[in-house]
Design a protein around this ligand. Sequence first.
Ligand SMILES: Nc1nc2c(ncn2[C@@H]2O[C@H](COP(=O)(O)OP(=O)(O)O)[C@@H](O)[C@H]2O)c(=O)[nH]1
Ligand SMILES: [Mg+2]
Length: 305
Amino acid sequence: MGGRKMARDEENAYGSQDLDDQQQPLAQELRLRLILAGRTGVGKSATGNSILGHRLFPSRLAATPVTRSCALGSRSWAGWRVEVTDTPDLFTAQGRHADPDCTQRASCYLLSAPGPHALLLVTQLGRFTAQDEEAARGVRELFGAGVLARAVVVFTRREDLEGGSLHDYVRATDNRALRALVAECGGRVCALDNRAEGAERDAQVGELLALVERLALEHDGAPFTDDVYGLAWARRHARPEDTLRLVAARLAARGGLGRGWRREWGRGRRWLEAARRGWPLALLLLGGALLLVLLLLQRVAPGPD
Ligand SMILES: Nc1nc2c(ncn2[C@@H]2O[C@H](COP(=O)(O)OP(=O)(O)O)[C@@H](O)[C@H]2O)c(=O)[nH]1
Ligand SMILES: [Mg+2]
């Protein structure tokens, strides 16, 4: 750690009630902020708990989302104060629908201000679905595409690799969307078995945090940031409730203008693509309908006397 050159930032005013009361931050510790993102049920909260080394975030298999709001936990690791923001589903259409006034998205901003050093895109090994793609799109829409320069794809259920290589798995997968996402994230991948305990868990978390540390140092320790983080950070000494309202309003306004337009454009493009794939069926249906009309016309047309 000796030669580490970092941009130092102040303590986050919104998350300063340290949830890990076992370990108070040491004055000289630098911060490493992480955000967990992904669709519901992939193991975001379980990943957060593995990173923290104890169970802080509620995590279980359930038919309805277990995580309803953003939460922050922290721990010491190799001289860093690692801060992890767990999120409910903020990134799919369903998640956005559950957060109509952007309060949860604003809370994510406040808890991770002045910005994350890494965004962990969590997915299950072997189960990268259309909903995972949607969540990755939602991440780009909320933070902007530039955030992928700070993203790591984290696969849960590492045990399913059965000792095999994650890099080989990612290279060989026939899931093109997953390969494209990994490429967009600069090839940064990591796998965790969140059921592991003790030394095995520590080794896996060590791998992930070392990857995040390298990423942070590549950017000289400066976190990812944007105008909304700028607003949240500028108001860090104001009343958090007021800042939350302001940030939510800024996000709602942004969603309604540029990004909303882009979302609709994206939807239109996907619709056109689906239509292009479905045109043989559409032609068949149209032909059938025309034939039916002709037959009907023949029956109602008066015949020759
Ligand atoms: N076997 C196994 N189960 C996991 C792993 N990670 C998460 N889970 C399980 O997946 C379920 C959903 O996890 P949760 O953390 O609540 O997902 P979230 O909705 O993304 O926060 C829980 O039953 C977890 O125990 C893993 O690495 N291996
Ligand atoms: Mg959760």
